[in-house]
Design a protein. Structure first.
Length: 271
């Protein structure tokens, strides 16, 4: 049930990272309330940020304390993959469903159009952003996309970073979708949270490429059965083989160990 105050949903620890026990409707409702609060000049001095968290993100956080801190500090960390959904259910969150980044982006864009919330797109190639903007505007005619930026495939210089900060601030954006790879997008949101008071930043990963039509999404039946990794591995083997064959398999024994230790009965995470 949505909290009318916009408080973030509770989190359940999964191998050391707090994952939000939430839903699409709750996340969209929280974002609307946060933006309404900002428009009412609630005095918030930092941005909100939402991470859509996969098994790959969890294992990265397991290995990197900085990434773990970023995920645990997020206002919301959604269960983006079915293994996380199954883990949450095994820990007692019986009705947990997947909150998938590309679908969440569309839900938020629909609501943004209805409520005249201003949107900025950060990430992707220039040609991807052009196609993405066109497709989102066609799908949601009332959506206000007030700017976009395609970062280079290298760290930004200090001057470039300041330029992007000014561009986002001057645009009046209220939602910033961040579409770069994990954990780069999480780091970017965390490092810029003090730059955009009251703005909602949402890291949506490959959603830019999916919605621009540059990369195919896995069929729904594969997504429901936790086989999206296989589809993506077959589509992009050179880029993704290490992630899916060396990194993500480590999740299963860690999940089993947490179950054996009785962590499922621990108090919900408090970020």
């Amino acid at each position: 049930m949505n909290d009318p105050t916009g408080h973030a949903p509770r989190k359940q620890p999964v191998i050391g990272v707090g994952i939000s026990t939430t839903s699409y409707d709750e996340v969209v409702g929280c974002c609307r309330q946060w933006i309404d609060n900002r428009r009412a000049h609630d005095g918030r001095t930092s941005a909100r940020y939402i991470c859509v968290t996969s098994v790959h993100g969890l294992i990265t956080a397991r290995d990197d304390r900085g990434v773990r801190e970023i995920l645990n500090s997020a206002d919301i960390a959604t269960p983006d993959g079915m293994p996380l959904v199954w883990a949450l259910r095994s820990f007692g969150v019986k009705n947990q469903q997947r909150v998938y980044g590309p679908t969440l982006m569309l839900r938020l864009c629909q609501r943004a159009g209805e409520n005249r919330h201003r949107v900025f797109l950060y990430g992707g190639r220039e040609e991807t952003l052009g196609e993405l903007r066109a497709r989102l505007q066609a799908k949601f005619p009332d959506l206000q996309i007030v700017g976009s930026y395609s970062p280079p495939f290298r760290p930004l210089t200090e001057e470039e970073d300041l330029m992007v900060e000014r561009q986002i601030a001057d645009s009046g954006a209220e939602i910033v979708f961040v579409g770069i790879s994990t954990p780069k997008q999480e780091r970017w949101m965390y490092e810029h949270r003090e730059k955009f008071p009251g703005v909602v930043m949402v890291g949506v990963g490959a959603a830019f490429d999916f919605h621009a039509g540059r990369v195919r999404q896995a069929p729904a039946w594969m997504q429901r059965n936790g086989l999206e990794w296989l589809f993506r591995l077959m589509a992009e083997p050179k880029r993704l083989w290490q992630r899916y064959l060396l990194v993500t398999p480590r999740f299963l024994p860690l999940w089993a160990l947490q179950l054996m230790r009785g962590r499922a009965h621990a108090a919900p995470w408090q970020a």
